[in-house]
Design a protein around this ligand. Structure first.
Ligand code: C2O
Ligand code: CU
Length: 552
């Protein structure tokens, strides 16, 4: 195993990823940032210099479990204090499993300012994947807003509430196209001929097969991705091999990764469109377009066809069917524990607190504490967050009608966390419901830090605790770290609480997490080794005698 050393400088720069100029957070001048290429077992060292002048930062390594290094998870408020302007922070961790992962900012809503990238971990020498291909490429799909994260965050916490709205464009590997003639667009800020917003080009050699690693880090959008005239065979997701299946369009939610195989087997005398389209919410966002270029055609030659228009935004059934099609590859099954020790039912609702709109889980809207949990739990600073744990099931769950807007719109907010018994098996049921608007339920991609979970079931309507577990797939469920809960449905996950640390679990939609759609799990924190002092910049150490006086 090798050590891979990176030196990154994070700063704001003017960029025009969709032809519209705005301030973007870059790494070494780029957004998306550099792709981390490593081999299973390698140690990654990233020396991160924060050159944002007035803004903190933290970077999360999404999909890397951080076994033995929970302090390197990069989650502000959970595993570390933020990195202050001017400071350099060292992230050091092992990539212990081959697969396709991501990294991104995990502080406020900073991710959507452009601080993100890919991690690609190859198998050790001599090991083979259960499929063959000629070339390997990574792309990230994203959505893009013109307003700053600050304007968005301010709107979300205002009374009356100001929603972020639909993204202005969709990006494929950091490139998109906003129509500069859109009414109200400042001409000086939008330049349709800027080369930064030329379409993303994927060049292929006729007859060759490509492993395309696709990740989504959208702020809001659920996406469908397709390559005109080509099928895609899904072979991997979130670092696990799937029983291969073929799709024309791939549905992908924020925080998920997929590897698909695409063979360049169509008429080689022309180019084809690659299209990403926002689904699951009725929207005004134009489709993202890239060019699937057959060598030696000119790369910028537009395909002779109209780009495919993609699936209907509201075709929930097609999306649920893709979720159901994802199973473990038969030769790579991680046996799932057949029973669990604890069942936590998380009812996802939209509520109000003092007039502002929030998301809550079992009527508790999550807020981050100032002192990161990992530090407060390890150092016994228990006064730094609320000690009453959130409920495993909401009172009155049996009677709750998920098909109507919440009858009791008021929720409470809390920064308390779930404490899991070390090495126990935990079931999480994510239960979706109607939002504050009639006849509306959204799709939420939930992401768990520090673990992979088995996706043991999906269902429509309200989860029935005595019947539905009988339908679980306990034979060949896929393991993942991010999973959707579909409108008016439920999703059941199972995981083993065997990674000492404190781990965030949240909706990967940036504005939803900001509005409280999250939870935190602690397990085995007493087994965590001495914390590096570099994560503790925000911790106020109160002298012992002062504390004891106060407590008396
Ligand atoms: Cu990719 Cu907690 O996020
Ligand atoms: Cu959500």
């Amino acid at each position: 195993a090798r050590i891979r050393h990176y030196r990154w400088e994070v700063k704001y720069e003017f960029k025009s990823p969709d032809c519209y100029r705005k301030l973007v957070i870059t790494i070494n001048g780029r957004s998306p940032g550099p792709t981390i290429l490593a081999q299973q077992g390698d140690t990654i060292v990233v020396d991160l210099k924060n050159s944002l002048l007035t803004e903190n930062v933290a970077i999360h390594w999404h999909g890397i479990r951080q076994i033995g290094t929970p302090w390197a998870d990069g989650t502000e408020g959970v595993t570390q204090c933020p990195i202050l302007p001017g400071d350099t922070f060292r992230y050091k961790f092992v990539v212990d499993r081959a697969g396709t992962y991501l990294y991104h900012a995990h502080y406020g809503m900073q991710r959507e300012a452009g601080l993100y990238g890919s991690i690609r971990v190859a198998l050790p020498d001599g090991e083979k994947e259960p499929f063959v291909y000629d070339y390997d490429r990574s792309i990230i799909l994203n959505d893009w807003y013109h307003r700053s994260t600050y304007e968005q965050a301010a709107g979300l916490s205002s009374v009356p509430f100001v929603w972020v709205g639909d993204p202005q464009s969709l990006l494929i590997q950091g490139k998109g196209r906003f129509n500069c003639t859109t009414p109200g667009t400042a001409a000086a800020l939008c330049n349709a001929t800027n080369p930064e917003c030329s379409p993303y080009v994927f060049t292929v050699v006729p007859g060759k097969t490509y492993r395309l690693r696709i990740g989504s880090l959208t702020a809001l959008a659920a996406l469908s991705f397709e390559i005109e005239g080509h099928n895609m065979t899904v072979v991997e997701t979130d670092g696990h091999y799937v029983e291969p299946f073929v799709v024309k369009n791939l549905y992908i939610y924020s925080g998920e990764t997929y590897s698909v195989l695409v063979t360049a087997n169509q008429d080689p005398t022309r180019n084809y469109w690659a299209v990403s389209k926002m689904v699951s919410r009725n929207n005004t966002t134009p489709n993202g377009l890239g060019i699937f270029n057959y060598y030696p055609n000119h790369l910028s030659r537009s395909p002779p066809t109209v780009p495919p228009s993609g699936p209907w935004w509201d075709d929930v059934e097609a999306r649920v069917n893709q979720s159901l099609a994802i199973r473990s590859h038969p030769d790579y099954i991680h046996p799932v524990p057949q029973t669990s020790d604890r069942v936590i039912i998380l009812l996802n609702t939209q509520n109000r607190i003092n007039g502002s709109v929030k998301w809550s889980i079992n009527n508790v809207s999550f807020t981050l504490p100032h002192t990161p949990y990992l530090i407060s739990l390890k150092h016994n600073l228990l006064h730094t967050f609320e000690q009453t744990p959130p409920p495993d099931t909401i009172n009155g769950y049996e009677a709750y009608d998920i098909n109507v807007a919440p009858p009791n719109v008021n929720a409470t907010s809390s920064n308390s966390l779930y404490r899991l018994k070390f090495n126990t098996t935990v079931d999480i049921i994510l239960q979706n419901a109607n939002t504050l608007n009639d006849n509306n339920s959204e799709t939420h991609p939930w992401h768990l830090h520090g673990h992979d979970f088995w996706v043991v079931g999906y269902g429509d309507g309200k989860f029935n605790a005595s019947e539905d577990p009988k339908t679980y797939n306990l034979v060949n469920p896929i393991m993942k770290n991010t999973v959707p809960v579909h409108p008016y449905g439920w999703t059941a996950l199972r995981f083993v609480a065997d990674n000492p640390g404190v781990w965030a679990f949240h909706c990967h939609i940036e504005s939803h997490f900001y509005m409280g759609m999250g939870a935190v799990f602690e397990e085995g924190v007493e087994k965590v080794k001495k914390l590096p002092s570099s994560i503790m910049g925000c911790v106020v150490v109160i002298p012992r005698d002062f504390l004891s006086h106060r407590c008396l």
